[in-house]
Design a protein around this ligand. Structure first.
Ligand code: ATP
Ligand code: MG
Length: 681
């Protein structure tokens, strides 16, 4: 085993050490923000590996892949070894890895594609259209987005579609039968496309563990990983809880850390009953505390503690400050959102110039992305560099998805959605031709040699290709049958796929450059007014893709970062020093010396909708707790007092109850009166 280069007694306190040094067993660390949960989990991984457990037998599940990478690289530094063989990442990341290896048992090709939420919606729409039942086209029938939500919640809650509709979508109850039918068809369609969506990555993993048909694989999965460790355990759903419990059955080594006061994802099916019931599901579990907060000043902690104490459904926890006193948090009412943006910009510049604080040590947090728009304008106006923490926007852009569609089609020819997308980019190829050709290609190029029906249209059957035909051959045949500009386009496309099938072009980075040079550059010039910016994006995409030798791995990564969890994927140039803008949801687990929280006005944060239900309001308060506890040194809470009406009259806003309800003595914040923020034009 590698020799540890760390001295536990110096880097951890006694409570943390007790967790790190506990013998392999079931352990739950239920502790407040900033008490070192993530740090402790990292050291526990290091100690297990130093104690002789090979990295490939460690499974570390975190909220984002980026968080996992940071923890793993910390362990690598502590031990001086390569940890790449450990399974570290989000549930989806680990599920993907397991299904690539064992999905065959479920009828899934190892080259399966992963549908992002937009693809899934498109597929659901086409299922609805094709089923053609009259009820599906009535106004009252749930749309594709809602149907996916229903299906997804059923999966995540380990419940039936029927019970989800009964519990959460009551107004659709009279249409339960057709809903069930659509959902079932949707599942079947995904299988035919050799595609899975995000939920499948977890549901199929559980299927491997629970279906007696797969007992052998289940045994291998359960015994393969010796130690399981889970961060942010408060935000897992029933399905994820079941996965963890199943996986821990053989070795019984499970370390979960979390803070129920930071459970903020119930709107997506997370269920903090998982953390509250842990001891019921695992009667032999030890529950260990961490009570010292290393992150924040006592003033910031006092505010956070007083706020969260208002919640009734909260496990009371001790949180003790060790840092020296600092500044009292500030509540700053401003005239309007412009003034709010100006104050942030001004304060940021002061801290940056007068106190030499790098911009990246400051973050602006908000409830909704839209709350940051004025600020983005103001920062741009003043030339303050900033980064919006939601790198995924990058991958959602049309030009990125277009080029990626080529890779998807090459890697998984059954992916009819990818074919449709790329065929439509060609001049002369209309919807009908695209659907026919996509049907032929996805239907005949079944990677596993099983006869498969064309997925999108029966018309393709007219052009039967010889068994074992390649993509370029099939496209060339389609070109023969086509007329006019489509003929020309399909012939060129065949040529492009001929080049793409060359072994030298296997790597995703090279393939992307080829696709752009051969086709997409012209398309972009013809189509977009900002073609240059888009071509630059594609260049960045190619550089980003070069990190993966295999296109399949790259596509999985891409699909996963677009998924449920927001990742800060850096594409292109590494950002140097930039102010951080983030939603509170995406700031989970992170910390900054200076934190601004915007829009703390009643009806905005908490949202008007959350005021209708006690449990939603408590979740909003937890969100406020998460926001406040991200701050280490200084916390600024802002709100506009007047909201300009878009069409109608302006509205007066009151301060959020989250500050109003904790205003009693002794003061945990100070009100700043700002007359007018000067503009420095
Ligand atoms: P959150 O609830 O926000 O996820 P957490 O409980 O995971 O927080 P960490 O992020 O692990 O807490 O730690 C918070 C900060 O305190 C980090 O900067 C960490 O390095 C520091 N810290 C934790 N434990 C110690 C310690 N024993 N000595 C010094 N610093 C520590
Ligand atoms: Mg943490």
């Amino acid at each position: 085993p590698p020799k540890p280069k760390f001295d536990l007694t110096r880097e951890l306190n006694p409570q943390q050490r007790a967790v790190v040094e506990a013998p392999a067993a079931k352990i739950l660390v239920l502790a407040g923000a900033g008490t070192g949960k993530t740090r402790t989990l990292t050291y526990r991984v290091a100690r297990l590996v130093a104690g002789g457990c090979p990295p490939e037998r460690i499974m570390l599940v975190t909220f984002t892949n980026r968080a996992a990478r940071e923890m793993v690289s910390r362990v690598e530094n502590l031990l001086g070894i390569d940890m790449r063989r450990s399974a570290a990442g989000t549930f989806h990341h680990v599920g993907n890895r397991i299904l690539r290896r064992h999905g065959e048992a479920l009828g899934l090709g190892s080259d399966f594609g992963i549908l992002d939420p937009e693809d899934a919606r498109d597929l659901m729409t086409s299922v609805i259209q094709e089923l053609g039942m009259p009820v599906l086209t009535t106004k009252r029938f749930p749309n594709a987005k809602i149907l996916i939500k229903i299906a997804s919640q059923a999966t995540g809650m380990l419940a039936t579609v029927g019970s989800v509709v009964e519990r959460r979508f009551l107004k659709f109850l009279d249409m339960l039968e057709p809903i069930k039918e659509v959902v079932a068809n949707f599942a079947e369609r995904k299988r035919r496309l050799n595609c899975v969506d995000f939920d499948d990555l977890l549901a199929l993993w559980l299927e491997l563990l629970r279906n007696p048909k797969h007992r052998e694989i289940a045994e291998r999965l359960r015994s393969g990983w010796q130690h399981l460790l889970v961060d942010e355990y408060q935000d897992i759903n029933a399905l994820q809880g079941a996965l963890i419990d199943e996986m821990a059955q053989v070795h019984q080594s499970l370390t979960c850390v979390g803070d129920d006061a930071q459970s903020i994802y119930s709107f997506r099916g997370a269920d903090f009953a998982q953390i509250h019931d842990f001891r019921i599901r695992h009667r032999d579990a030890q529950v260990l505390p961490l009570t010292i907060n290393y992150r924040s000043t006592p003033e910031i902690l006092a505010l956070a503690n007083r706020s969260i104490a208002v919640n009734r459904l909260q496990h009371p926890k001790q949180l003790q400050a060790v840092r020296p006193p600092g500044m009292l948090p500030a509540l700053i009412p401003l005239r309007d959102t412009m003034q709010q943006a100006e104050l942030v910009a001004q304060r940021v510049l002061e801290l940056h110039h007068d106190q030499n604080l790098p911009l990246r040590k400051m973050a602006v947090l908000y409830r909704n992305h839209a709350h940051s728009l004025e600020l983005q304008v103001e920062l741009t106006r003043r030339g303050i560099p900033f980064a919006v923490r939601s790198g995924l926007r990058f991958f959602e852009q049309a030009h990125i998805k277009d080029v990626v569609a080529y890779l998807r089609a090459r890697e998984n020819p059954r992916d009819a959605l990818a074919w449709l997308r790329l065929l439509r980019l060609w001049p002369g190829v209309g919807n009908r031709t695209a659907e026919r050709v996509a049907g032929v290609l996805s239907g005949e190029l079944d990677a596993h040699g099983q006869p498969d029906q064309p997925d999108l249209s029966a018309a393709g059957a007219a052009t039967q290709a010889p068994a074992g035909a390649t993509i370029p051959e099939l496209l060339a045949r389609e070109a023969e049958h086509a007329r006019g500009r489509a003929k020309d386009a399909l012939a060129k496309l065949a040529g492009l796929f001929e080049k793409l099938s060359d072994g030298a072009e296997r790597s995703p980075g090279r393939a992307i450059r080829l696709i752009v040079a051969d086709h997409y550059r012209d398309y972009a010039d013809r189509t977009f007014t900002n073609a240059d910016a888009r071509k630059e994006d594609l260049d960045n995409l190619a550089t980003f893709a070069e990190r993966w030798p295999e296109a399949g791995e790259f596509l999985s990564e891409l699909a996963l970062v677009q998924g449920m969890t927001a990742e800060n994927v850096v594409v292109g140039e590494e950002p140097d020093d930039k102010l951080v803008l983030s939603t509170i949801h995406q700031a989970k687990g992170l910390e900054w010396p200076i934190v601004f929280v915007l829009w703390l006005a009643e009806g905005r944060f908490p949202t008007a909708q959350s005021l209708r239900s006690a449990s939603e309001l408590e979740e909003e308060r937890r969100l406020f707790y998460v926001a406040a506890t991200r701050a280490a040194d200084e916390l600024y809470m802002l709100y506009p007092t007047i909201e300009e009406g878009r069409d109608g009259p302006s509205k007066l806003l009151r301060p959020s109850r989250f500050v109003a309800e904790i205003e009693h003595q002794p003061a945990v914040f100070e009100r700043w009166e700002i007359e007018e923020v000067p503009r420095d034009d």
